[in-house]
Design a protein. Structure first.
Lengths: 582, 132
């Protein structure tokens, strides 16, 4: 405006000079150059407008360059429930995967006619309870689930009925294509796709749960997890165990295959098991995973640890002998042998006859502290933690006296998880390295970094010789599958029923190493309360059931594991000991 | 005059630039829609692949295969004695062609058409003990 007033006088030539000067003085002061002042003002105005327009221009550019928001929105409606990584076996076969499934929901506030909606929905989904459905749809909530995971055909039909206030959301649904084949190992998820057991729970513990919380795990951004388990071996083991459980009418059967060099669990079966697609079965207490959540007195299998301790001490050699003529009396306890020989036994004989007296004397010769420390070193006295969230604390006697050493030497009085015992025996046969077991794929280098030396390599060689000898002429002859050079140790322990050891209720086990001269794999078979069969002449000890089952399993899994059968091998004295034992 | 030309030039330039910008904006909207559609298709395909993979794993489940094999095949598990390595294979016997008759090549052709030679079929196959 001011600019205009200054321009006016120049447009109309002045009426009178004094008036002009007077106004000038009033407006600008006495001696001011009006021209310079107005130029400065025009410049300022130009600057202000230029600034304003450049801000608008910049904003236009950013608006044009930035993507519009609706592609982001589409993702969030795509999958409500959380995505999980696929679980693969060691060969890449799928053990668990996600598929998309539609879920039906209702918005009670938008429903016009509840009766009509209930009628139409129950016509399409007959398993919906009409009373409950009506109740849910009449509630004052904004959102209710009506049915999770309906089939695409049902979705199509309901969509066509066009019921107002009813909609679908696509969710991820976890499926286990192999059913109960790998149940305990991979665990299962709940309806909201959160892991509640096994490897599935372990996955959640590794940050997946946080991703879910943030709502970021909706897409397949998670890499598949590869386990150590081999589906084919797992199936073969489970199939043989199912057969064995029927044949010997055992209440439970369990089996474990591990790679002795890496500690990987190649197969793990605990029967009865459950179908992870139907996780309700898992709540049944008889279906627990006996290999990690149960603790057992491992019986004679533990003698392998005692013998290894004795041979590793340097005080006892393979040619030492011990008095097993009379049962060992300890207070009111009387320790006798099942296969009593009633004579002096050498160390290999103690092992092959599975002599309780001899093993007890071996342990006593080294002392209680030595025994305790050795078992501690082998990880038998502490809870074993693996990827599986389920684990059990071993039952260790509170006071460890001589009697405890005597009984623990042959596997009574100390209860450990079978997986734990397998870890110990693994160390004894693989050259003396204790490697924590894992359910994930692991390379030999990674295993070497984790391994801890617990016994000398020579001791390990002697132990393999003893285990092979036991299959050649000991308690485990029925497991000798020609060509695979198996070594093994049987275990028969009497179960404690009402505070007393029962003579008829047995827990049988068989631990096999193959091949015994250069071990690759370890197999554990456990049968809970097997009954005698006609061909076992009334016997129900391990040699008559767990051992033949072990043999049958090995004959099936050895080709799958890529073991080449070898024939015409010399007996164990020459093949194993000649390399430098004794 | 020069000023007027300049003004006209600037106006024409402005109109052209506006048209160009509009075209680019239109193209980019089209492409963004196409990209969104492709992504949607990708997601759908990926979901389809996932369910097919799950189905394939279910069909290839060892228990199912074993049940089918037990029902329909007469195969038995492989014995350890049926494995061997190349060193243990016996030498291949030399093949001697007798120049019998006037037409040895014709005789060879007849031999190769021998109907007594057949590839392994399941019914006729019997497990044989292989001597190591």
């Amino acid at each position: 405006m001011k600019w205009k007033t200054t321009a006016e006088p120049s447009a109309e030539p002045a009426a009178s000079g004094w008036r002009r000067r007077f106004i000038h003085t009033l407006l600008y002061g006495p001696n001011v150059d009006r021209g310079a002042k107005s130029r400065a003002r025009v410049g300022l105005a130009i600057l202000a407008f230029a600034l304003g327009y450049s801000v608008i221009a910049l904003r236009l550019v950013t608006l044009a360059a930035a993507p519009d928001g609706h592609s982001v929105r589409r993702v969030s409606t795509d999958a409500v429930s959380t995505a999980r990584p696929d679980i693969l076996d060691r060969n890449g076969d799928i053990l668990a995967t996600d598929v998309k499934a539609a879920s039906l929901f209702g918005e009670p506030k938008k429903i016009i006619d509840v009766d009509e909606a209930v009628e139409l929905l129950t016509a399409e989904l007959p398993d919906l309870d009409p009373v409950e459905l009506r109740e849910r749809l009449s509630s004052r909530k904004g959102f209710v689930w009506l049915k999770r995971e309906i089939s695409p055909k049902q979705q199509e039909e309901i969509h066509r009925r066009g019921i107002p206030g009813i909609g679908f959301l696509v969710e991820n649904k976890r499926v286990y294509p192999n059913g109960s084949e790998v149940s305990h190992l991979i665990g299962h998820v709940n309806i909201d796709n959160q892991g509640i057991a096994g490897i599935e729970k372990w996955l959640d513990g590794r940050g997946l749960a946080d991703l879910h919380m943030a709502g970021l795990a909706t897409e397949r951004l998670v890499k598949p997890v590869q386990l150590a388990v081999d589906l084919r071996v797992q199936h073969a083991l489970r199939d043989e165990l199912l057969r064995a459980r029927d044949k010997y009418q055992a209440i439970a059967a369990a089996g474990l295959v591990t790679d002795v060099r890496t500690g990987e669990v190649i197969a793990m079966v605990s029967l009865p098991d459950y179908d992870p697609n139907n996780p309700r079965e898992a709540n049944d207490l008889t279906r627990i995973n006996r290999l990690t959540t149960g603790v057992y007195e491992m019986g004679s299998t533990f003698k392998a640890l005692t013998l290894a301790m004795a041979l590793d001490s340097g005080k006892i050699s393979l040619s030492s002998s011990f008095d097993a003529r009379v049962p060992l009396r300890y207070g009111k306890f009387n320790i006798s042998d099942y296969h009593a020989q009633n004579r002096t036994l050498t160390v290999p004989e103690i092992f092959t006859y599975s002599s309780n007296i001899g093993t007890a004397r071996l342990a006593l010769a080294l002392g209680v502290d030595y025994h305790q420390q050795f078992l501690k070193k082998l990880g038998q006295l502490d809870r074993l933690r693996t990827e599986l969230p389920e684990s059990a604390e071993p039952l260790v006697p509170k006071r460890w006296a001589e009697l405890n050493t005597v009984t623990i030497a042959f596997g009574h009085g100390l209860s450990v998880a079978p997986l734990q015992a397998v870890m110990g025996i693994n160390a004894i046969v693989n050259g003396g390295l204790l490697i924590p077991p894992t359910f994930l794929k692991r390379s030999p280098e990674e295993a070497a970094a984790l391994a801890a030396r617990v016994i000398k390599p020579e001791t390990s060689e002697k132990m393999r010789y003893l285990m092979r000898l036991n299959v050649e002429k000991g308690t485990a002859t029925r497991a000798d599958v020609a060509g695979y050079y198996i070594g093994g140790k049987t275990g028969t322990s009497e179960k404690v029923i009402g505070g007393r050891y029962s003579k008829t209720k047995l827990l049988n086990s068989f631990t096999a190493v193959l091949p015994a001269d250069n071990p690759r794999y370890l197999l554990l078979i456990m049968l809970d309360e097997p009954k005698s069969t006609p061909e076992s002449h009334g016997y129900a000890t391990s040699g008559w059931n767990a051992v033949p089952v072990g043999g049958a399993v090995i004959a099936r899994i050895a080709p799958l594991l890529g073991l080449q059968p070898r024939f015409d091998l010399p007996p164990s004295e020459y093949l194993i000991l000649a390399k430098g034992g004794q | 005059m020069a000023m007027r030309l300049l003004n006209i030039g600037v106006i024409v330039g402005l109109v052209l630039a506006a048209a160009y910008v509009y075209d680019i904006k239109y193209q980019s909207t089209l492409r963004a829609e196409r990209a969104a559609k492709l992504q949607h298709d990708l997601r759908r395909e990926r979901d389809a692949i996932a369910s097919l993979r799950a189905e394939w794993a279910r069909l290839g489940n060892p228990r199912r295969i074993q049940t089918l094999a037990d029902r329909h095949l007469s195969l038995v598990p492989v014995e350890p004695s049926q494995f061997t390595d190349f060193e243990r294979l016996p030498e291949r016997p030399p093949q001697i062609v007798q120049p019998a008759g006037a037409d040895p090549i014709g005789a060879m052709l007849d031999d190769s058409a021998d109907p007594g030679f057949f590839t392994g079929s399941i019914d006729s196959w019997q497990p044989k003990a292989v001597k190591p």
